[in-house]
Design a protein around this ligand. Structure first.
Ligand code: F6P
Length: 470
């Protein structure tokens, strides 16, 4: 498979030359000269519609980006992903998160693990012996289940989350709880993460004895005294593990039916990503446009703005997914990359973000790209999402001189690219589609940048240093 530097690809060089012709182009002018742009630059995936007409890109840009994907061997890498190939070379591991939601096509062990966790969740939700569930885990052992519970928790159980080593978070999560009616869900792939193990130890010391462990290291969990242990596959990184037992607290919060819908939505997106040609493949398009923005238009930050209160935790989830996966400085051959990789990902729910940090997106001198996720049937939310995207794109017509009469502080430069992802409704199935979409975007960018998106060696040094200091 192709592991040469992307900068050696003919398409990369053509894109660099092509980018020069875009430096002076204004989105406001483009739309004025070609209104059909807004109906043409649309792609559909299951339940989601991507409008990328506000990207600073045209037909030739898209053709060259698609050519880059071909030259990088995108199809071969994608096939390897779905075949469970050993793509995580620095840890010598296969990558199998898509198998977790393969439904009837999943391996037998995946099916039986899923049945087991749904059975456990159903019985806990029905019997009502626990009133509170406390998830102890961090990073990928926290963010996915937390997002799920926050988005679609039905209130059948009180589900809380503790990720921080700061004891305040544990104290708050346990405040007013009855130890006999509380279940601790201790999630740690390694079962050695300092935050998680020290919180679990502290909770046990406080008399919380009901505990289920989720881990890929059952020996360590058994040594800790867990007798109920659900497996987490070794071949699934924490940030890709929501679909496994790592999502147990989320499952407990939303119930088996909604969790199955989540998996079905992800499965649909897998099929779309696997079969759709590049020009209409939504995850691949997002990835290609992201590379265009980062490497050719020099936009080194990216905002994720969900217009849905249910999705208020999505930016934190995507920060881990994108930055822990693709925030890498060496390529698959261990060479220092000579090009930018993952942008800094920021975000928060709209509309509150508009009244907090979006000033910088509109007028700050370091422009960034943005994804607006319009995932609500509420018209006020949709109107705000579109208005923000339009304001970023057109500004106050600076490019055309249309704002000459405005005081400088009232001018918005515009020409700041964004995409809108529109979902007609927003259910657990749509959340599954959306998360899988971003997973595949991240994967595709890893292929384009020639990096391993499945390791995270950079975080180890700080962990070791903290241990030593302690
Ligand atoms: O330190 C980073 C990290 O390893 C993440 O990749 C992971 O999601 C998180 O910590 C938690 O790890 P574990 O599940 O092993 O406790």
């Amino acid at each position: 498979m192709n592991t040469t530097p992307p900068t050696d690809c003919p398409a990369w060089r053509k894109l660099a030359a092509h980018a020069e012709s875009w430096r002076q182009v204004q989105l406001a002018e483009l739309f004025a000269g070609d209104p059909a742009r807004s109906t043409r630059m649309i792609a559909e995936a299951p339940g989601l519609r991507l409008d990328y007409s506000r990207q600073r890109a045209g037909a030739l840009t898209l053709r060259l980006l698609a050519q880059l994907a071909v030259e990088r061997g995108f199809e071969e890498w994608r096939a390897a992903l779905f075949a469970g190939g050993r793509l995580n070379t620095t840890e010598d591991r296969a990558v199998t998160h898509t198998a977790l939601r393969a439904g009837d096509g999943a391996p037998q062990d995946v099916k039986s693990n899923l049945e087991r966790m749904i059975f456990l969740s159903n019985s806990i939700r029905e019997k009502k012996q626990y009133r509170r569930i406390v998830n102890l885990g961090t990073g990928g052992s926290d963010l996915g289940a937390r997002l799920l519970a926050d988005a679609f928790g039905d209130g059948a159980l009180e589900v809380r989350f503790v990720a921080n080593i700061d004891p305040v978070e544990l104290e708050r999560a346990l405040a007013g709880a009855d130890p006999a009616a509380t279940l601790l869900v201790v999630v740690s792939k390694t079962f050695s993460t300092q935050e998680t193990i020290s919180n679990a130890t502290a909770a046990r010391r406080l008399g919380y004895k009901n505990l289920v462990a989720v881990t890929a290291n059952p020996e360590a969990a058994a040594q800790f005294g867990a007798d109920d242990i659900l497996p987490m596959p070794d071949s699934v990184g924490g940030r890709y593990s929501l679909w496994s037992a790592a999502g147990l607290a989320g499952l407990l919060a939303i119930g088996g039916t909604a969790f199955s819908e989540l998996l079905a939505g992800a499965r649909e997106m897998d099929q779309h990503f696997l079969t759709e040609p590049l020009e209409s493949n939504v995850p691949a398009l997002l990835a290609l446009l992201g590379v265009w923005n980062v490497n050719f238009l020099d936009l080194r930050a990216h905002a994720v703005l969900p217009y849905s209160h249910r999705l208020r935790l999505l930016p934190a989830y995507l920060q881990q997914l994108e930055m822990e996966s693709n925030g890498k400085g060496v390529d698959r051959e261990g060479r220092a990359v000579g090009y930018a990789t993952c942008p800094v990902v920021v975000g928060a729910e709209g509309t509150p973000a508009q009244h907090a940090f979006m000033q910088l997106l509109h007028q700050g001198p370091q422009p960034m790209a943005a994804d607006f996720i319009d995932a609500s049937v509420n018209q006020a939310l949709s109107a705000n999402a579109q208005a923000q995207a339009d304001a970023l794109a057109y500004g106050t017509n600076a490019g055309t001189g249309g704002d000459a009469g405005l005081a400088p502080h009232r001018r918005n430069p515009g020409n700041r690219p964004s995409s809108i992802l529109k979902s007609r409704q927003f259910t657990a199935r749509d959340l599954g589609r959306l998360i899988a979409l971003y997973e595949h975007k991240v994967f595709t960018q890893g292929v384009l940048w020639n990096i391993n998106s499945f390791d995270q060696w950079g975080v180890e040094l700080g962990k070791e240093m903290a241990q030593r200091l302690l």
